[in-house]
Design a protein around this ligand. Structure first.
Ligand code: ADP
Ligand code: G6P
Length: 519
């Protein structure tokens, strides 16, 4: 376990009139909390469920790793969450050794969770108009054919939704009862670009780090947004002390954006920007997984049970994908590539099944509804073209089932991760650590993970369907010894660049950055 305070030699306040108190905390700010709530139909009790996405996986890792008090400030994910938020401002949340969350139990890794009671209409504009269809699409460069339409609706949603929700979070964080004096505040992801800039003027005692978990594109990609929006995004982020990304390329794009779009002085050697009389540094910290916790979970009975179910129905070989049903994951092109492979290599028909475990996501965003329809259409078309009485080429399962995903990781032959763009991609790291059968990986060159793993996996360009088809074929045809050797090397890379290293690296930079302030 890492003691955050020990890693911060100079954790004193910046303003001598503000005294640190004993309850100095690490405060995580992320739109998604670790859990969402529903009411049991049987006895009306509240039940908690683990929330989706790589960010939750990563922040759970921080909670497990840090010894001191961790607070997690988040938004409600549903009306049931709003009820809980109103009744109980803080909930204690514990993680067992597997990384699965429970509320109220007494294990050593726990944090206090506060869901802010955000007004529903503002949240809707924030999440369904700005954060997901707009910022997510801009940053994953999903507007390759047609730029977004920024009309009155988007402008209004920017002010009434995105700015408003960022204000609500900044206002809550200003309160020392929520964020103790002298705390380190880690603000996560594209939902809260404005929070650092809003928080800094009133809480100079805080150390603010912002971390973007999705790609940061080159300056030109940002030009699809109106100048006031993109300037507010950059300026908001520059309210931080440290701005974090997953890859060196994303840092570079950010620095160029500060220079090209805002005209700020940038020191590329130091990765620093002069802003408002301060020096803000941009760093890359490649995120990873808690490999020990995952390996423990992989040995759990529920995973063994799912593995037995999979084994009972599996065809000779499995191509696997495990993803949220998100356009950035490039799911449709992945199925097209699989069909292409079956056309070019008919000998594979009947013996290879594409198992797709997809988690539904962002169901109120029209682009996601359309994408889900496109997924069903391509699956129907491929299955209609190739199915036989004994074999269906694509086995699509819409599931939110980590135990099943881990069971499938253990025995896939090929894992397909062909994201159009991805901040890091944790699925590939999870699968490499858990696989027991010499599985091969086909990985997009535009996933952050390819910086670390590109030399030991088969890499592809995400738009090139025939190349992906050939890459899957190559992976399926690789001699077993080669596959096992490559897997062992790749798994070692993930084990040594694990989540603990990701965290230590950041804490060390935070400590160094705070040091000159100690008096
Ligand atoms: P993103 O953060 O964009 O969703 P990542 O690959 O970084 O993508 O992280 C996805 C996380 O969600 C991983 O921890 C993965 O195990 C989990 N996950 C993805 N699909 C499913 C699924 N169908 N069921 C359960 N967990 C899933
Ligand atoms: C990605 C984003 C996270 C987000 C997650 C799930 O991992 O980087 O910020 O939480 O997707 O998406 P959702 O919209 O359900 O929170």
């Amino acid at each position: 376990m890492t003691d955050l305070l020990a890693a911060r030699p100079g954790s004193g306040p910046r303003d001598a009139s503000v005294r640190p108190d004993d309850s100095t905390s690490l405060v995580l700010v992320a739109h998604r909390g670790p859990v969402r709530f529903s009411k049991s139909k049987d006895d009306g009790r509240w039940i908690s469920h683990r929330n989706a996405g790589g960010l939750v996986t990563a922040l759970e890792g921080i909670v497990q790793e840090v010894e001191q008090s961790v607070r997690w400030i988040c938004a409600p994910a549903s009306d049931e969450d709003r009820v809980v938020a109103r009744a109980q401002p803080w909930t204690r949340f514990s993680l067992d050794a597997t990384g699965s969350g429970t509320t109220g139990s007494s294990t050593s890794a726990s944090c206090r969770v506060r869901m802010l009671d955000i007004e529903r209409a503002a949240h809707d504009d924030f999440y369904n108009v700005i954060a997901n269809p707009l910022l997510w699409f801009v940053q994953h460069e999903l507007y390759e054919q047609a730029p977004p339409q920024i009309g009155e609706r988007e402008r209004r949603a920017w002010h009434d939704g995105y700015v408003e929700v960022n204000h609500c979070f900044a206002a809550a964080l200003r309160d020392p009862a929520t964020v103790p004096v002298g705390s380190t505040v880690m603000v996560h992801d594209y939902h809260f670009y404005l929070v650092p800039g809003m928080l800094r003027p009133t809480r100079p005692d805080l150390f603010i780090q912002h971390f973007t978990h999705i790609p940061w594109p080159r300056p030109e990609a940002w030009r699809v947004l109106p100048a006031p929006m993109r300037n507010a995004i950059f300026r908001g982020l520059l309210g931080s002390d440290i701005v974090g990304f997953h890859t060196a390329g994303h840092v570079d794009n950010f620095l160029h954006g500060c220079e090209d779009l805002l005209g700020l002085p940038v020191d590329y050697d130091e990765g620093a920007i002069e802003f408002d009389g301060r020096r803000v540094v941009a760093r890359h910290y490649p995120i990873s997984i808690n490999t020990d916790a995952l390996e423990n979970f992989a040995a759990a009975p529920e995973v063994a049970e799912r593995a037995r179910e999979l084994q009972a129905n599996r065809s000779q070989r499995i191509v696997l994908r495990v993803d949220r049903a998100d356009p950035s994951k490039n799911i449709v092109r992945g199925f097209e590539a699989f069909a292409h492979m079956l056309r070019r290599h008919p000998e594979l028909r009947g013996s290879v099944t594409f198992l797709a475990l997809l988690q539904s996501t962002r169901r109120d965003v029209p682009e996601y509804v359309d994408y889900m329809r496109a997924i069903h259409d391509i699956v129907d078309a491929v299955n209609a073209e190739f199915s036989t009485a004994a074999w269906r080429p694509i086995d699509l399962r819409l599931v939110d089932d980590l135990a099943l995903a881990v069971a499938a990781y253990k025995t896939f032959d090929v894992l397909l991760v062909n994201s159009v763009a991805d901040g890091m991609n944790l699925v590939v790291k999870e699968a490499l650590v858990v696989n027991e059968t010499g599985g091969a990986v086909v990985l997009s060159k535009r996933a952050g993970a390819s910086d670390e793993l590109g030399s030991v996996v088969v890499t592809v360009d995400p738009y090139d369907v025939p190349e992906q088809a050939e890459a899957m074929y190559e992976a399926l045809s690789m001699p077993e010894a080669t596959r096992r050797d490559r897997l062992a090397i790749a798994a070692d890379i993930v084990r040594s660049n694990n989540m603990q290293k990701w965290l230590r690296h950041q804490l060390s930079d935070i400590g160094i950055a705070r040091e000159p302030l100690a008096t």
